[in-house]
Design a protein around this ligand. Structure first.
Ligand SMILES: *[C@@H]1O[C@H](CO)[C@@H](O)[C@H](O)[C@H]1NC(C)=O
Length: 314
C-alpha cells in the first residue's frame, strides 16, 4: 500500500521540480528594422509587430535605428515589459552611440531578457588600424553576454550593418574586430551577426575569396547563401547573416534552429503591410540549455519512454 502511494507522490514532486527549474534554449535574433525612428515609433501597428517579433527572442539585435531623442530603448522595454506578468521586468536594452561618418547616423541596440542573460562588458570598435582606417560605416558595437543557463556560459556578439557598396571590405574587416576583441577580453565564443548585405550584387560569388571571415574554416556560417532574408517577393538575397566561432558555441547550437523568421506569414500581413515594418526578415538561431536538474531528469526520462513504447509494441 505504502509503495503504491509512494509512486504518485514521487511523480508529483518531480513535476514540481520540473516547473521550478525549467531550462530552455536561448534564442538569439538579428533584425534590420528599416529606418527605425520617430515616424515608426508613432506607427502603432508597426510597433505592435516589432514588439511581437522581439518578444520571441531572448537576445535581439536591432539595426538601422535613428534615435536622436533617446526614446527607442525606453519605449521598447516599456512595451515589452508591459506585456509580461505584473512586476516583472523581463527586458533590458543597451544601445550604441550614433554611428556614421557624416550627418547620417544609425545605432545598434540589443534587447535582452534579464532573467536569462546579462551584459558583462561592451565597447565600440576603434576603427583606426594603421593603413586601414575607417573601414566601417558603422563600427561594430561589441557586447559580451553572460548566459548562466546555457551550455555555453558566455559569448561576445559583434554586430554589423554594412553599406551595401562596401560590404566585401566591411565583412572582411570583421576578422580584425575578432582579433581586437580576443586581445582585449580573451573570450572563447563569438557571434557575428547583422545585415551584412552579403548577397546578390553586393557580394558576388567571386568576392568570397577576399573575405577572411568566410575563407577561414574556424568561422561557421549559419545562414547559407541560398537563403532569402528579404521581404520583397521580387528579391531573393541572403543579406542577413549569423556566423559563430568557438568550439563550445558551435557544438551547442540547436540543430536546424538557424533560419529567418517570416513575420509576414506568421502575422498574416500583405507584402505592402510587411514592407512598412521592414524590407528584411529577422534571422535567428538557438543555443542549447546547460546542465540543470531538468536536463539531468531529461537525460534518463526519454530512455524510460522508449522502453515503454517498445513493451507496448511487443
Ligand atoms: C561546427 O559544428 C558542426 C556541427 O556539429 C560540425 O560539423 C563542424 O565541423 C563544426 N565546425 C567547427 C569549425 O568546429
Amino acid at each position: 500500500m505504502a509503495g503504491r502511494l509512494g509512486v504518485p507522490l514521487k511523480l508529483l514532486l518531480l513535476l514540481l521540480l520540473l516547473t521550478l527549474d525549467s531550462s530552455q534554449a536561448l534564442r538569439i535574433c538579428s533584425f534590420n528594422v528599416l529606418s527605425f525612428g520617430e515616424a515608426k515609433i508613432g506607427n502603432s501597428r508597426a510597433m505592435d509587430v516589432i514588439v511581437k517579433v522581439i518578444s520571441r527572442c531572448d537576445i535581439m539585435l536591432l539595426m538601422e535605428i535613428k534615435d536622436s531623442q533617446n526614446i527607442i530603448c525606453p519605449t521598447l522595454t516599456k512595451m515589452l515589459n508591459g506585456k509580461s506578468r505584473k512586476g516583472t521586468k523581463d527586458y533590458n536594452c543597451i544601445i550604441s552611440n550614433r554611428l556614421g561618418r557624416k550627418a547620417y547616423k544609425e545605432q545598434y541596440a540589443f534587447l535582452y531578457r534579464e532573467n536569462v542573460v546579462s551584459v558583462k562588458k561592451s565597447y565600440h570598435y576603434h576603427d583606426a588600424q594603421d593603413g586601414d582606417e575607417d573601414v566601417f560605416s558603422r563600427e561594430p558595437f561589441v557586447v559580451w553576454f553572460h548566459s548562466p543557463k546555457t551550455a555555453v556560459r558566455d559569448f561576445v556578439i559583434i554586430p554589423l550593418h554594412t553599406t551595401p557598396e562596401t560590404s566585401v571590405r566591411e565583412i572582411d574587416e570583421l576578422f580584425d574586430v575578432y582579433m581586437d576583441v580576443k586581445r582585449r577580453w580573451k573570450p572563447e565564443n563569438f557571434i557575428f551577426m547583422g545585415d551584412f548585405n552579403a548577397g546578390c550584387s553586393y557580394v558576388p560569388k567571386k568576392s568570397w575569396k577576399d573575405i577572411r571571415l568566410r575563407m577561414d574554416p574556424k568561422f561557421v556560417w549559419l545562414i547559407a547563401d541560398n537563403v532569402d532574408t528579404t521581404v520583397k517577393e521580387s528579391t531573393k538575397c541572403a543579406y542577413d547573416r549569423i556566423v559563430v566561432q568557438g568550439q563550445k558555441i558551435n557544438s551547442s547550437i540547436v540543430p536546424d534552429s538557424a533560419k529567418t523568421f517570416d513575420f509576414r506569414k506568421a502575422y498574416r500581413l500583405t507584402e505592402e503591410e510587411a514592407l512598412r515594418i521592414s524590407d528584411h526578415f529577422p534571422v535567428e538561431f538557438e543555443l542549447q540549455p546547460g546542465e540543470s536538474f531538468t536536463n539531468f531528469v531529461r537525460s534518463f526520462v526519454p530512455q524510460k519512454k522508449r522502453g515503454r513504447k517498445k513493451s507496448q509494441r511487443g
